[in-house]
Design a binder for this molecule. Structure first.
Ligand SMILES: Cc1cc2nc3c(=O)[nH]c(=O)nc-3n(C[C@H](O)[C@H](O)[C@H](O)COP(=O)(O)OP(=O)(O)OC[C@H]3O[C@@H](n4cnc5c(N)ncnc54)[C@H](O)[C@@H]3O)c2cc1C
Length: 381
Protein backbone atom coordinates (compact mmCIF):
# COMPACT_ATOMS: atom_id res chain seq x y z
CA UNK A 1 0.00 0.00 0.00
CA UNK A 2 1.19 3.52 -0.77
CA UNK A 3 2.44 5.50 2.25
CA UNK A 4 -0.05 8.19 3.36
CA UNK A 5 1.02 11.56 1.98
CA UNK A 6 0.67 15.11 3.17
CA UNK A 7 0.62 17.85 0.53
CA UNK A 8 1.55 21.35 1.68
CA UNK A 9 0.64 24.26 -0.58
CA UNK A 10 3.23 27.04 -0.23
CA UNK A 11 6.88 26.85 0.83
CA UNK A 12 6.93 30.15 2.74
CA UNK A 13 8.29 30.30 6.29
CA UNK A 14 5.16 28.54 7.64
CA UNK A 15 4.91 25.82 4.99
CA UNK A 16 8.63 25.06 5.15
CA UNK A 17 8.53 24.70 8.95
CA UNK A 18 5.46 22.47 8.85
CA UNK A 19 7.02 20.25 6.19
CA UNK A 20 10.30 19.78 8.03
CA UNK A 21 8.60 19.01 11.35
CA UNK A 22 6.14 16.58 9.75
CA UNK A 23 9.05 14.79 8.07
CA UNK A 24 10.81 14.52 11.42
CA UNK A 25 7.62 13.03 12.86
CA UNK A 26 7.86 10.31 10.18
CA UNK A 27 5.29 11.53 7.64
CA UNK A 28 5.72 11.57 3.90
CA UNK A 29 5.42 15.19 2.76
CA UNK A 30 5.43 17.01 -0.56
CA UNK A 31 5.39 20.82 -0.84
CA UNK A 32 3.96 22.56 -3.91
CA UNK A 33 5.22 26.10 -4.44
CA UNK A 34 4.06 28.43 -7.21
CA UNK A 35 7.35 30.36 -7.45
CA UNK A 36 9.89 28.91 -9.91
CA UNK A 37 12.65 29.48 -7.30
CA UNK A 38 13.36 31.66 -4.24
CA UNK A 39 15.64 34.72 -4.24
CA UNK A 40 17.11 36.93 -1.47
CA UNK A 41 14.56 39.79 -1.45
CA UNK A 42 15.42 42.95 0.49
CA UNK A 43 13.79 42.38 3.84
CA UNK A 44 14.69 41.53 7.41
CA UNK A 45 12.71 39.67 10.04
CA UNK A 46 12.67 39.24 13.82
CA UNK A 47 12.67 35.72 15.21
CA UNK A 48 11.87 35.43 18.89
CA UNK A 49 12.75 32.69 21.40
CA UNK A 50 9.34 31.09 20.76
CA UNK A 51 10.56 30.30 17.23
CA UNK A 52 14.21 29.55 18.03
CA UNK A 53 12.96 26.72 20.26
CA UNK A 54 11.21 25.24 17.21
CA UNK A 55 14.39 25.66 15.14
CA UNK A 56 16.18 23.65 17.86
CA UNK A 57 13.93 20.69 16.96
CA UNK A 58 14.76 21.22 13.30
CA UNK A 59 18.49 21.26 14.00
CA UNK A 60 18.93 24.79 12.58
CA UNK A 61 18.95 26.88 15.79
CA UNK A 62 22.75 27.23 15.84
CA UNK A 63 22.97 28.01 12.12
CA UNK A 64 20.26 30.70 12.41
CA UNK A 65 21.91 32.10 15.51
CA UNK A 66 25.34 32.21 13.87
CA UNK A 67 24.26 34.47 10.99
CA UNK A 68 21.85 36.72 12.94
CA UNK A 69 22.18 39.90 14.92
CA UNK A 70 21.48 39.40 18.65
CA UNK A 71 20.13 42.67 20.05
CA UNK A 72 20.47 43.20 23.79
CA UNK A 73 17.25 45.19 23.87
CA UNK A 74 14.22 46.17 21.87
CA UNK A 75 14.20 49.94 22.25
CA UNK A 76 11.14 52.09 21.69
CA UNK A 77 11.82 55.79 21.15
CA UNK A 78 9.77 58.87 20.56
CA UNK A 79 10.09 59.64 16.85
CA UNK A 80 10.60 63.35 17.36
CA UNK A 81 12.44 63.81 20.66
CA UNK A 82 14.28 60.49 20.72
CA UNK A 83 13.19 59.93 24.34
CA UNK A 84 13.13 56.27 25.38
CA UNK A 85 9.61 54.87 25.83
CA UNK A 86 10.74 51.31 26.66
CA UNK A 87 13.88 49.17 26.91
CA UNK A 88 12.80 45.52 26.66
CA UNK A 89 15.69 43.22 27.68
CA UNK A 90 16.65 40.52 25.15
CA UNK A 91 20.20 39.09 24.70
CA UNK A 92 21.30 36.97 27.69
CA UNK A 93 18.05 37.83 29.46
CA UNK A 94 16.06 36.14 26.67
CA UNK A 95 18.30 33.07 26.78
CA UNK A 96 17.78 32.72 30.52
CA UNK A 97 14.15 33.76 30.88
CA UNK A 98 12.62 32.52 27.62
CA UNK A 99 14.91 29.58 26.87
CA UNK A 100 16.36 30.75 23.53
CA UNK A 101 17.80 33.75 21.72
CA UNK A 102 15.98 36.71 20.17
CA UNK A 103 17.48 37.43 16.76
CA UNK A 104 17.06 39.67 13.74
CA UNK A 105 18.09 38.27 10.37
CA UNK A 106 17.73 38.66 6.62
CA UNK A 107 14.52 36.96 5.59
CA UNK A 108 16.09 35.26 2.57
CA UNK A 109 18.94 33.84 4.66
CA UNK A 110 16.47 32.47 7.19
CA UNK A 111 14.30 30.94 4.48
CA UNK A 112 17.34 29.26 2.92
CA UNK A 113 18.22 27.61 6.23
CA UNK A 114 14.63 26.44 6.68
CA UNK A 115 14.54 24.99 3.15
CA UNK A 116 17.86 23.26 3.90
CA UNK A 117 16.17 21.45 6.81
CA UNK A 118 13.88 19.61 4.36
CA UNK A 119 14.64 16.24 2.84
CA UNK A 120 16.10 16.89 -0.65
CA UNK A 121 13.47 17.10 -3.37
CA UNK A 122 10.59 17.89 -0.98
CA UNK A 123 9.60 21.10 -2.78
CA UNK A 124 8.06 21.03 -6.23
CA UNK A 125 8.65 24.53 -7.64
CA UNK A 126 6.53 26.16 -10.35
CA UNK A 127 3.39 24.40 -9.10
CA UNK A 128 0.61 26.93 -8.69
CA UNK A 129 -2.43 25.28 -7.18
CA UNK A 130 -5.50 26.08 -9.29
CA UNK A 131 -8.08 23.80 -7.71
CA UNK A 132 -8.60 21.02 -5.15
CA UNK A 133 -11.27 18.37 -4.74
CA UNK A 134 -11.78 16.44 -1.50
CA UNK A 135 -13.73 13.25 -2.32
CA UNK A 136 -13.72 11.94 1.24
CA UNK A 137 -11.02 9.33 0.59
CA UNK A 138 -8.32 11.78 -0.48
CA UNK A 139 -7.74 15.12 -2.16
CA UNK A 140 -7.01 15.74 -5.84
CA UNK A 141 -4.79 18.73 -6.57
CA UNK A 142 -4.91 20.50 -9.93
CA UNK A 143 -2.09 22.83 -10.92
CA UNK A 144 -2.03 25.75 -13.34
CA UNK A 145 0.51 23.93 -15.54
CA UNK A 146 -2.06 21.20 -16.20
CA UNK A 147 -0.49 18.58 -13.91
CA UNK A 148 -2.26 16.97 -10.95
CA UNK A 149 -1.46 15.08 -7.79
CA UNK A 150 -3.32 13.32 -4.97
CA UNK A 151 -2.78 13.44 -1.23
CA UNK A 152 -4.34 12.13 1.96
CA UNK A 153 -4.45 15.56 3.57
CA UNK A 154 -3.68 19.07 2.33
CA UNK A 155 -2.20 21.92 4.34
CA UNK A 156 -2.94 25.40 3.01
CA UNK A 157 0.21 27.40 3.81
CA UNK A 158 -0.37 29.57 0.76
CA UNK A 159 -0.43 33.00 2.35
CA UNK A 160 -2.96 35.81 2.55
CA UNK A 161 -4.52 35.09 -0.87
CA UNK A 162 -4.76 31.39 -0.09
CA UNK A 163 -6.48 29.25 -2.71
CA UNK A 164 -7.25 26.66 -0.02
CA UNK A 165 -8.96 29.31 2.14
CA UNK A 166 -10.98 30.32 -0.92
CA UNK A 167 -12.08 26.72 -1.54
CA UNK A 168 -13.09 26.33 2.11
CA UNK A 169 -14.77 29.70 2.60
CA UNK A 170 -15.44 31.26 -0.80
CA UNK A 171 -13.74 34.16 -2.58
CA UNK A 172 -13.15 37.25 -0.46
CA UNK A 173 -10.47 39.89 -0.89
CA UNK A 174 -8.35 40.67 2.18
CA UNK A 175 -9.02 43.97 3.99
CA UNK A 176 -6.84 46.93 3.11
CA UNK A 177 -5.74 48.13 6.56
CA UNK A 178 -5.16 51.66 5.23
CA UNK A 179 -1.45 51.38 6.05
CA UNK A 180 1.65 50.59 4.04
CA UNK A 181 5.15 49.47 4.97
CA UNK A 182 8.27 50.96 3.40
CA UNK A 183 11.23 48.60 3.41
CA UNK A 184 14.89 49.20 2.63
CA UNK A 185 18.28 47.69 3.36
CA UNK A 186 21.17 50.02 4.25
CA UNK A 187 24.88 49.22 4.08
CA UNK A 188 26.43 49.80 7.50
CA UNK A 189 29.38 51.54 5.78
CA UNK A 190 26.99 54.23 4.56
CA UNK A 191 25.76 54.76 8.12
CA UNK A 192 29.30 55.06 9.52
CA UNK A 193 29.82 58.16 7.36
CA UNK A 194 27.00 60.00 9.16
CA UNK A 195 28.91 59.99 12.48
CA UNK A 196 25.67 59.07 14.28
CA UNK A 197 25.11 56.07 16.51
CA UNK A 198 22.65 53.38 15.37
CA UNK A 199 21.13 50.89 17.80
CA UNK A 200 20.77 47.17 17.00
CA UNK A 201 16.97 47.04 17.36
CA UNK A 202 14.84 50.16 17.77
CA UNK A 203 11.34 51.27 16.92
CA UNK A 204 10.69 54.97 16.41
CA UNK A 205 7.09 55.93 17.19
CA UNK A 206 4.71 58.83 16.80
CA UNK A 207 0.94 59.03 16.99
CA UNK A 208 -0.01 57.37 13.70
CA UNK A 209 3.23 55.98 12.20
CA UNK A 210 6.49 54.28 13.06
CA UNK A 211 9.82 53.01 11.76
CA UNK A 212 11.34 49.73 13.00
CA UNK A 213 15.10 49.41 12.46
CA UNK A 214 17.56 46.57 13.04
CA UNK A 215 20.61 44.70 11.75
CA UNK A 216 20.06 41.64 9.56
CA UNK A 217 23.48 39.98 9.88
CA UNK A 218 25.82 38.77 12.62
CA UNK A 219 28.55 41.08 11.30
CA UNK A 220 26.14 43.99 11.48
CA UNK A 221 27.12 45.13 8.04
CA UNK A 222 23.52 45.36 6.84
CA UNK A 223 20.86 47.49 8.51
CA UNK A 224 17.15 47.48 7.65
CA UNK A 225 14.06 49.56 8.20
CA UNK A 226 10.40 48.74 7.86
CA UNK A 227 7.71 51.34 8.49
CA UNK A 228 4.00 51.54 9.17
CA UNK A 229 2.42 54.63 7.61
CA UNK A 230 -1.23 55.55 6.87
CA UNK A 231 -1.91 55.53 3.14
CA UNK A 232 -4.84 55.99 0.75
CA UNK A 233 -6.39 52.83 -0.65
CA UNK A 234 -3.89 50.51 -2.41
CA UNK A 235 -4.82 50.55 -6.10
CA UNK A 236 -1.73 48.85 -7.56
CA UNK A 237 -2.04 45.36 -9.00
CA UNK A 238 1.45 44.52 -7.76
CA UNK A 239 2.17 43.28 -4.23
CA UNK A 240 4.78 46.04 -3.83
CA UNK A 241 5.93 49.15 -5.72
CA UNK A 242 9.07 51.27 -5.57
CA UNK A 243 8.98 54.19 -3.13
CA UNK A 244 11.49 57.05 -2.82
CA UNK A 245 13.49 59.09 -0.32
CA UNK A 246 11.25 62.08 -1.11
CA UNK A 247 8.12 60.14 -0.21
CA UNK A 248 9.75 58.97 3.01
CA UNK A 249 11.05 62.41 3.97
CA UNK A 250 7.51 63.67 3.65
CA UNK A 251 6.07 60.78 5.68
CA UNK A 252 8.67 61.26 8.44
CA UNK A 253 8.98 65.06 8.43
CA UNK A 254 9.87 66.26 11.94
CA UNK A 255 11.31 62.89 12.96
CA UNK A 256 14.65 62.61 14.78
CA UNK A 257 17.96 63.21 12.86
CA UNK A 258 18.80 59.50 13.13
CA UNK A 259 15.64 58.65 11.18
CA UNK A 260 16.46 61.32 8.59
CA UNK A 261 19.97 59.83 8.24
CA UNK A 262 18.45 56.38 7.66
CA UNK A 263 16.24 57.72 4.90
CA UNK A 264 19.20 59.52 3.32
CA UNK A 265 21.33 56.34 3.42
CA UNK A 266 18.70 53.87 2.24
CA UNK A 267 19.23 51.81 -0.89
CA UNK A 268 16.19 50.84 -2.97
CA UNK A 269 13.02 51.61 -1.01
CA UNK A 270 9.89 49.56 -1.67
CA UNK A 271 6.33 50.05 -0.46
CA UNK A 272 3.96 47.23 0.53
CA UNK A 273 0.24 47.33 1.36
CA UNK A 274 -0.63 45.96 4.81
CA UNK A 275 -3.56 43.62 4.33
CA UNK A 276 -5.42 41.54 6.87
CA UNK A 277 -8.57 39.50 7.45
CA UNK A 278 -11.08 39.10 10.22
CA UNK A 279 -10.72 35.82 12.19
CA UNK A 280 -11.95 32.91 10.05
CA UNK A 281 -15.02 30.88 11.11
CA UNK A 282 -13.16 27.61 10.42
CA UNK A 283 -9.55 26.47 10.14
CA UNK A 284 -10.17 23.09 8.50
CA UNK A 285 -12.77 21.00 6.75
CA UNK A 286 -12.56 17.36 5.76
CA UNK A 287 -8.99 16.69 4.65
CA UNK A 288 -7.89 20.32 4.33
CA UNK A 289 -6.41 22.58 7.00
CA UNK A 290 -4.99 26.12 7.02
CA UNK A 291 -1.98 27.69 8.70
CA UNK A 292 -0.13 31.01 8.90
CA UNK A 293 -1.24 33.96 6.78
CA UNK A 294 -3.74 31.75 4.96
CA UNK A 295 -5.53 31.43 8.29
CA UNK A 296 -4.86 34.55 10.41
CA UNK A 297 -3.03 37.30 8.49
CA UNK A 298 -2.20 40.38 10.52
CA UNK A 299 -0.52 43.74 10.27
CA UNK A 300 3.17 43.04 10.90
CA UNK A 301 3.66 45.50 13.77
CA UNK A 302 4.40 42.90 16.41
CA UNK A 303 6.97 41.10 14.22
CA UNK A 304 5.20 37.82 14.97
CA UNK A 305 3.28 36.95 11.77
CA UNK A 306 5.81 34.44 10.50
CA UNK A 307 6.40 33.29 14.07
CA UNK A 308 2.71 32.38 14.31
CA UNK A 309 2.91 30.56 10.95
CA UNK A 310 5.91 28.55 12.18
CA UNK A 311 4.25 27.84 15.55
CA UNK A 312 1.14 26.67 13.64
CA UNK A 313 3.26 24.29 11.60
CA UNK A 314 4.88 22.92 14.74
CA UNK A 315 1.55 22.46 16.53
CA UNK A 316 0.01 20.77 13.49
CA UNK A 317 2.93 18.34 13.34
CA UNK A 318 2.59 17.67 17.07
CA UNK A 319 -1.16 16.99 16.79
CA UNK A 320 -0.82 14.72 13.74
CA UNK A 321 1.92 12.78 15.52
CA UNK A 322 -0.45 12.41 18.48
CA UNK A 323 -3.46 11.10 16.51
CA UNK A 324 -1.89 9.58 13.39
CA UNK A 325 -2.84 10.59 9.87
CA UNK A 326 -5.87 8.28 9.73
CA UNK A 327 -7.53 10.38 12.44
CA UNK A 328 -6.70 13.70 10.80
CA UNK A 329 -10.05 15.21 11.82
CA UNK A 330 -9.17 14.83 15.53
CA UNK A 331 -5.71 16.22 14.78
CA UNK A 332 -7.19 19.28 13.07
CA UNK A 333 -9.58 19.91 15.99
CA UNK A 334 -6.74 19.54 18.48
CA UNK A 335 -4.59 21.87 16.37
CA UNK A 336 -7.25 24.58 16.21
CA UNK A 337 -8.04 24.26 19.93
CA UNK A 338 -4.36 24.82 20.71
CA UNK A 339 -3.73 27.63 18.25
CA UNK A 340 -6.84 29.76 17.84
CA UNK A 341 -6.66 31.79 21.10
CA UNK A 342 -2.95 32.50 20.85
CA UNK A 343 -2.95 33.38 17.15
CA UNK A 344 -6.04 35.59 17.60
CA UNK A 345 -4.49 37.40 20.55
CA UNK A 346 -1.29 38.07 18.62
CA UNK A 347 -3.35 39.15 15.60
CA UNK A 348 -5.28 41.66 17.77
CA UNK A 349 -2.18 43.14 19.45
CA UNK A 350 -0.34 43.30 16.14
CA UNK A 351 -3.22 45.07 14.41
CA UNK A 352 -3.51 47.55 17.31
CA UNK A 353 0.24 48.32 17.04
CA UNK A 354 0.87 48.65 20.76
CA UNK A 355 3.50 45.89 21.23
CA UNK A 356 6.49 46.94 23.39
CA UNK A 357 5.74 50.63 22.94
CA UNK A 358 5.81 50.92 26.71
CA UNK A 359 7.68 48.81 29.27
CA UNK A 360 5.62 45.59 29.24
CA UNK A 361 6.39 41.93 29.94
CA UNK A 362 6.62 39.97 26.65
CA UNK A 363 6.91 36.55 28.37
CA UNK A 364 3.52 35.30 27.08
CA UNK A 365 4.87 35.55 23.53
CA UNK A 366 8.60 34.81 23.89
CA UNK A 367 8.38 32.27 26.72
CA UNK A 368 5.94 30.01 24.87
CA UNK A 369 7.19 26.57 23.84
CA UNK A 370 4.91 24.90 21.32
CA UNK A 371 6.19 21.41 22.18
CA UNK A 372 6.35 21.93 25.93
CA UNK A 373 2.93 23.48 26.37
CA UNK A 374 0.30 21.01 27.68
CA UNK A 375 -2.21 20.18 24.93
CA UNK A 376 -5.78 21.37 25.34
CA UNK A 377 -8.47 18.91 24.27
CA UNK A 378 -9.86 19.43 20.76
CA UNK A 379 -13.39 20.83 20.55
CA UNK A 380 -15.92 18.15 19.55
CA UNK A 381 -17.00 18.26 15.90
C1 LIG B 1 6.40 44.53 6.00
C2 LIG B 1 6.30 43.21 6.74
C3 LIG B 1 7.19 42.91 7.77
C4 LIG B 1 7.10 41.72 8.52
N1 LIG B 1 7.98 41.45 9.54
C5 LIG B 1 7.85 40.29 10.26
C6 LIG B 1 8.74 39.97 11.35
O1 LIG B 1 9.69 40.72 11.65
N2 LIG B 1 8.54 38.80 12.05
C7 LIG B 1 7.52 37.94 11.73
O2 LIG B 1 7.37 36.89 12.40
N3 LIG B 1 6.66 38.22 10.72
C8 LIG B 1 6.80 39.36 9.97
N4 LIG B 1 5.94 39.63 8.94
C9 LIG B 1 4.84 38.69 8.67
C10 LIG B 1 5.28 37.53 7.83
O3 LIG B 1 5.95 37.97 6.68
C11 LIG B 1 4.09 36.65 7.43
O4 LIG B 1 3.21 36.49 8.50
C12 LIG B 1 4.64 35.30 7.00
O5 LIG B 1 5.44 35.43 5.85
C13 LIG B 1 3.52 34.31 6.74
O6 LIG B 1 4.10 33.09 6.34
P1 LIG B 1 3.26 32.03 5.53
O7 LIG B 1 4.18 30.89 5.29
O8 LIG B 1 1.96 31.79 6.21
O9 LIG B 1 2.87 32.76 4.16
P2 LIG B 1 3.79 33.37 3.02
O10 LIG B 1 5.10 33.79 3.53
O11 LIG B 1 2.96 34.37 2.31
O12 LIG B 1 4.06 32.13 2.05
C14 LIG B 1 3.06 31.61 1.20
C15 LIG B 1 3.74 30.81 0.09
O13 LIG B 1 2.72 30.17 -0.66
C16 LIG B 1 2.99 30.33 -2.05
N5 LIG B 1 1.68 30.26 -2.75
C17 LIG B 1 0.68 31.16 -2.68
N6 LIG B 1 -0.37 30.76 -3.43
C18 LIG B 1 0.00 29.57 -3.98
C19 LIG B 1 -0.65 28.65 -4.86
N7 LIG B 1 -1.91 28.87 -5.32
N8 LIG B 1 0.00 27.52 -5.22
C20 LIG B 1 1.26 27.27 -4.75
N9 LIG B 1 1.93 28.12 -3.92
C21 LIG B 1 1.30 29.24 -3.54
C22 LIG B 1 3.67 31.69 -2.14
O14 LIG B 1 4.44 31.83 -3.33
C23 LIG B 1 4.53 31.68 -0.88
O15 LIG B 1 5.80 31.10 -1.09
C24 LIG B 1 6.06 40.79 8.19
C25 LIG B 1 5.18 41.07 7.11
C26 LIG B 1 5.30 42.26 6.38
C27 LIG B 1 4.32 42.54 5.25
Amino acid sequence: MQQPRIAIIGAGLGGAAAAALLQRAGFSVEVFEQAPAFSRLGAGIHMGPNVLKIFRRLGIEDAVSAISSHPDHWMSRDGETGDYLSRIPLGDFALKEYGAAYVTIHRGDLHELQIGALEPGTIRFGKQLADVRDDGAGVDLFFADGTRSRADIVVGADGINSRIREVLLGPEKPNDSGWVAHRALIRAGDLARTGLEFEPCVKWWSEDRHMMVYYTTARRDEYYFVTGVPHPEWTHEAGSVPSSREEMREAFAGYHPIVQALIDSAGDISKWPLLNRNPLPLWSRGRMVLLGDACHPMKPHMAQGAAMAIEDGAMLARCLAETGLSDHESAFRLYEANRRDRASRVQAVSNANTWLRTQEDPAWVFGYDVFGHPLREGVAA
